[in-house]
Design a protein around this ligand. Structure first.
Ligand code: NAD
Length: 467
């Protein structure tokens, strides 16, 4: 940090793009108090139709501002141009969806005796703290903001310290369509996040990030008995049987471990492949991965932009070295030497396939958040399932087979919040997202989001005439 604030880097060059000061304790308190005032002074009591209208205006604003927001995602998060534009478009769609969801019926009426009406409705929670990670800075902030606002909450959002620029712009622009205090931003790293978790006027914390940080958020929020939503990391298996469409499966695996340069919570990082097709399938995957282009995000031909930081490259490279030392065969694109990819001072990485990664290695056990795929072969269905479950995480899983019984068996048995059968990575705003085990709890998107951003309240109304 300098006097001007924290240096915000362009990961494609390693150069500072901007300086953003960390919000101090009094600054966080001010943001939370403004959010609390906006909640109590009106937003919570606005009609769903009103909130829906404001959210539609916010979606329009996202579309109108797409180029600027996508430009920030490209420069600050290293996203290739098409990907950055696609994420802003998806964010606008999510806001549209919650603009509609704000008006869906909710609650239940209960059978009651004569003279009594009993119902359970849902009330907003209050001030929600939205703490977001660096891999989808705008999109994941919008998932939280749209749902929270739809149901009558106000929000203080804290983007990741590496990637605050798109969220900062979103919040500035949102002031054109939302009342004062309904959406504010604070900046900084874990220290600012802790201030939010601890503030007594924060009623709920919606957190997306690593499991280690999520654990601390859970501990802090336990003190205040605050509800939390935790969307955490993953070490996600893709199981490929010999009877699968191997071409399609290979394309999905490569998208799955290299998309967003591997910085995806649901990234397909563990390939569990039928021994009968092991060599052939790994060959296809390696060929497809070798054809991908690592390069500057502004180049339309780029498939993989940089990782978020030099530390991220170092961490992943060390895990690749460890796997190799313990016997994994390292497959990298022809002419390359390993994960590190030198280009203009940026934090670039080549895709790496580790065939036969020993299960004790970090590349098998830990989320590397880099384009690294660990491969293991299996002989039986039970062995495939055991390998898939050889992780404490439970975010996503995918299985590829043309056998309907096997597909059904795996769809039911795989322990993960999202299971894809003969496909990978499908996500849309109407389907909720969540994890199991060390991948967290709580649900984002879809109608399940209402459970996190509202509280049920039972109401008993006696209307008998008392004599
Ligand atoms: P991170 O855990 O380092 O940081 C996430 C956010 O938490 C940041 O805003 C950070 O400043 C804040 N933070 C860190 N420590 C905190 C603390 N003790 N108290 C409060 N706030 C704290 O994660 P990252 O590197 O920015 O993002 C990558 C991680 O996010 C990966 O583990 C990835 O799997 C996960 N992720 C999960 C999902 C999902 O839906 N499950 C989606 C995207 C990313």
């Amino acid at each position: 940090m300098t006097a001007a604030g924290r240096a915000i880097l362009d990961p494609a060059t390693g150069q500072a793009l901007a300086h953003v000061p960390d919000t101090t304790g009094p600054g966080v308190a001010d943001a939370v108090e403004r959010a609390a005032a906006a909640f109590h002074d009106g937003w919570a009591d606005t009609s769903p139709a009103h909130r829906s209208g404001r959210l539609r205006a916010l979606a329009d604003l996202l579309r109108e501002d797409r180029d600027a927001l996508a430009g920030l995602e490209r420069r600050n998060a290293g996203k290739p141009v098409a990907r950055a534009a696609g994420e802003v478009a998806f964010a606008a769609q999510v806001v549209d969806w919650f603009a509609a969801a704000a008006r869906y019926p909710m609650g239940e009426t209960h059978p009651a005796g004569p003279g009594m009406r009993t119902y359970t409705d849902r009330v907003p929670v209050g001030v929600c703290a939205a703490i977001t990670p660096n891999n989808y800075p705008l999109l994941l902030a919008v998932w939280k903001i749209a749902a929270a606002l739809a149901y009558g909450n106000t929000v203080v959002v804290k983007p990741a310290p590496e990637t605050p620029l798109s969220t900062r712009r979103l919040v500035e622009r949102a002031a054109e369509v939302l009342p004062e205090g309904v959406l504010t931003a604070v900046h900084g790293g874990a220290a600012t996040g802790r201030l939010l978790c601890d503030h007594p006027a924060v009623a709920m914390v919606s957190f997306t990030g690593s499991t280690a940080a999520g654990r601390e958020v859970a501990r802090r929020c336990a003190d205040g008995l605050k509800p939390i939503s935790l969307e955490l990391g993953g070490k996600n298996p893709v199981v490929v049987f010999r009877d699968a469409d191997l071409d399609e499966a290979a394309r999905a695996v490569v998208t799955g471990f290299t998309g967003n340069t591997g910085q995806v919570c649901v990234a397909a990082t563990r390939l569990i492949v039928d021994r009968a097709v092991h060599a052939e399938f790994v060959g296809r995957v390696a060929d497809l991965a070798a054809a991908l282009r690592v390069g500057p995000p502004q180049d339309p031909a780029t498939d993989l932009g940089p990782l978020i930081s030099r530390a991220a490259v170092d961490r992943a490279a060390a895990a690749v070295d460890e796997a190799e030392t313990h016997g994994a065969k390292v497959i990298v694109p022809p002419g390359r030497t390993g994960l590190r990819h030198d280009l203009g001072g940026g934090f670039f990485a080549d895709p790496v396939v580790l065939d036969g990664t020993p299960p004790g290695c970090r590349a098998w056990r830990e989320e590397l958040f880099a384009p690294v795929l660990s491969v293991a072969a299996f002989d039986t269905d039970d062995e495939a399932l055991a390998l898939a479950h050889d992780t404490a995480y439970g975010l996503s899983a995918s299985v590829w087979t043309s056998d309907a019984h096997r597909a059904e068996r795996f769809a039911r048995a795989l322990r993960a919040g999202m299971v894809w059968v003969n496909t990978w990575g499908e996500t849309e705003e109407s389907v909720s997202v969540s994890g199991m085990g060390r991948s967290g709890y709580g649900r984002e998107l879809g109608l399940h989001a209402v459970e996190g951003y509202t509280r049920p309240r039972a109401v008993w109304v006696a209307h008998r005439v008392r004599g």
